[in-house]
Design a protein around this ligand. Structure first.
Ligand code: FHN
Length: 429
């Protein structure tokens, strides 16, 4: 290649490079806020809650659209109390709520003008629950994200079909670009009519991995309408240009117990992982396998040690209430956070990478060693430079710290230990 052709090639490449997404200052500020916030409430709620069999019931039970639409007249959540939901989240120590605006069944939980398949036009309840929740969140200083499904089992133009939604009875034709226009128009409504929305949490891209989803167009629309809003996409692969955080489902970053995260290389965006309290996202009346408060707190702390937020899910009942088993567990986590939150909120992943015994988090002046699963009196740590002292977070009592070749040993006699998390504070020099 001559020098001239090289220059021409570089010049031709310039516009593409210039198009690369540059987050606005308010977006970067929101990313910092997000990383400090650490803990959010995930809400999967829709007409599917009527059947109490999870949010995939339409697909799993091979229901046609005609059958599924019969759920809407039965969805009348008269006991929905947004102030109570926000209170539950706040008491749990959560700093944001991410709620399904539309799940894979295509049902809009707000009064969309793009289709009658929505909570105001299709149910006896006739109220825009997202508007009610958004107003309450803004009133109580709770940030609000919308979960929005790319995948749609109801819309006729979601065609060609992907891996799911084959029993809906839709004609085998459709205009995918028209579907994407519809989705963008719905997103525009959500971003302009519901106050300062903190972000959009996409899901369902994985249904058609090879389709042209026009992501850049959708992402620019969102960033233009709300520059601070964070975009995340649960596509289970490495983040795409235009995204502001990276999420993992039922796995800590770098793990892949679910099989979802195999292709998800960890990038340098803020991180989040989500999980359920029982095994279901949407309300499932038969699922009684609840995680204990201890397990949930451990997950939150481990996520923080991995430098990630934890988005913990509830699937409200069709009457609009959150089931007591969830509320009790959230209250327990909140109690723990009120006593120990300093070691979680506002921190970043600590200097010791996560270990089977626990994790470390850190602030500007302190390292918090979270000992979650360790019963021996001596805990060996790798070498840590510039650590002045060690003490128990709970009592402030000194912890014996011995430096030796190859690392540091902390002495944790049984009375010093906490059944949930023994937190040792290392003061940085
Ligand atoms: O299919 C969905 C599922 O219903 C749920 O919304 C979870 C939440 O992370 N995500 C999807 C699967 O990846």
């Amino acid at each position: 290649m001559t020098a001239l052709t090289l220059i021409v090639a570089l010049l031709l490449a310039l516009p593409a490079a210039a198009q690369k997404y540059q987050p606005s200052p308010e977006n970067l500020e929101m990313r910092r806020w997000f990383q400090d916030a650490k803990f959010g409430l995930f809400i999967h709620w829709g007409v599917y809650s009527v059947l109490g069999a999870g949010e995939w019931v339409m697909n799993n039970n091979k229901m046609t659209i005609a059958e599924y639409e019969k759920l809407a007249p039965r969805f009348n959540p008269t006991e929905f109390d947004p102030a109570e939901w926000v209170r539950i989240a706040k008491d749990a120590g959560m700093k944001y709520i991410t709620i399904t605006s539309k799940h894979h069944d295509g049902f809009a939980m707000w009064h969309t003008r793009q289709s009658k398949w929505n909570i105001v036009d299709a149910t006896p309840y006739k109220k825009d629950v997202l508007k009610m929740l958004a107003e309450e969140c803004h009133r109580q200083g709770m940030k609000l994200f919308f979960y929005h499904s790319h995948l749609d089992w109801h819309h006729p133009d979601y065609y060609p079909r992907g891996r799911t939604g084959h029993y809906s009875g839709r004609p085998e034709q459709g205009d995918f670009n028209r579907y994407l226009d519809y989705m963008d128009a719905q997103l525009e409504e959500l971003l302009t009519g519901y106050g300062p929305i903190a972000g959009i949490w996409f899901d369902g891209w994985w249904d058609k991995k090879d389709a042209d989803w026009r992501l850049q167009k959708t992402y620019s629309l969102i960033h233009r309408l709300r520059p601070a809003a964070l975009i995340g996409n649960n596509h289970h692969v490495k983040p795409f240009d235009g995204e502001d955080f990276q999420m993992f489902e039922k796995d800590l970053p770098g793990h892949n117990t679910t099989g979802f995260s195999g292709e998800a290389e960890i990038g340098d965006l803020p991180l989040e992982t989500c999980d359920t309290i029982n095994r279901s996202w949407g309300y499932n009346k038969n699922d009684q396998r609840f995680k204990s408060p201890r397990e949930l707190i451990h997950y939150l702390v481990r996520a923080a040690g991995y430098n990630a937020n934890f988005l913990l899910n509830v699937g409200p009942m069709p009457n609009g209430r959150i089931q007591p088993e969830f509320v009790e567990r959230l209250a327990e986590i909140g109690k723990w956070l009120r006593a120990n939150g300093e070691s979680v909120y506002g921190t970043r992943g600590g200097p010791i990478t996560p270990r089977p015994w626990g994790v470390t988090t850190q602030s500007a002046s302190k390292i918090y060693v979270h000992v979650l699963d360790w019963s021996d009196e001596l805990l060996p740590l790798p070498p840590l430079e510039r650590v002045r002292s060690a003490s128990l977070f709970r009592t402030g009592r000194p912890v014996k710290m011995t430096r030796m070749d190859g690392g540091i040993v902390l002495r944790l006699p049984p009375p010093a230990r906490d059944p949930i998390d023994t937190i040792v504070v290392l003061e940085k020099e």
